[in-house]
Design a protein around this ligand. Structure first.
Ligand SMILES: Cc1cc2nc3c(=O)[nH]c(=O)nc-3n(C[C@H](O)[C@H](O)[C@H](O)COP(=O)(O)O)c2cc1C
Length: 204
């Protein structure tokens, strides 16, 4: 099939997000201007530069009460956020933290997640998440054409990797089981890895 987005797909359910899978989940913690923590998952998330490292996440659509989503409001106001890796073990808390809570609700408390302090920025980390990046906002783009669509870019200023998530000095993906978003209401988790050497590419 072929369709132009503006003409519609004609399928029972929208195939769009199933066509870009699996998407890593940026489980983003921030603080509001009063210092209250906020936590929400963003699957339009990725590492966008190695050196110096940078990440981005994209917020689509409005907060239930109108205006930008809390994570964007907070990142804009404080200039800081933390990326926490979501895992199979934390799948319920990750999903629950996406609930449209009232502004100012602390999703750590609402989902029963403990925090750890960060070193370089103020937003806390998800204690049970095996990988966290402390980030400073570099710039925010408001996408033209739709209201309340913002892409937040951040420079990674500190990286935490849990000791248990390292095996022989390598990040052990099979024991972490990172959670990823698919289309519709589907998720997956990475539970197998295979190496494929690239000609002329040194080990990184
Ligand atoms: C796994 C998952 C991934 C999500 N990815 C996105 C995303 O990329 N962009 C977005 O705007 N909303 C996304 N959402 C919805 C937000 O998490 C939801 O709107 C949340 O309430 C926003 O919280 P906030 O207002 O505290 O930032 C996702 C939800 C889930 C469960």
């Amino acid at each position: 099939m072929f369709y132009k987005p503006e003409d519609g797909h004609g399928l029972p359910r929208n195939p769009l997000v199933s066509c870009v899978v699996p998407r890593p989940i940026g489980w983003i913690s921030t603080l509001d201007v009063d210092g209250k923590p906020n936590l929400a998952p963003y699957s339009m998330f990725n590492l966008v530069r190695y050196d110096p490292p940078a990440v981005m996440f994209s917020a689509n659509g409005a907060h239930r009460d109108g205006g930008l989503k809390d994570t964007v409001v907070n990142a804009r106001a404080t200039g800081e956020f933390v990326y926490n890796m979501a895992t199979w073990e934390l799948r319920d808390q990750c999903n629950d933290s996406s609930t449209f809570f009232d502004r100012g609700v602390n999703e750590f408390d609402a989902t029963g997640l403990a925090t750890l302090p960060s070193r370089m920025v103020k937003p806390p980390r998800v204690e049970r998440s095996p990988v966290q990046f402390e980030c400073r906002v570099s710039f925010i783009i408001n996408l033209p054409g739709a209201e309340n669509n913002s892409i937040v870019f951040g420079d990674v200023v500190g990286i935490h990797i849990a000791d248990w998530a390292l095996k022989d000095g390598l990040v052990d993906i099979e024991s972490i089981r990172p959670l990823a978003r698919m289309g519709y209401l589907d998720f997956t988790s990475v539970d197998n890895v295979f190496p494929m050497p690239q000609v002329g590419v040194a080990k990184t």
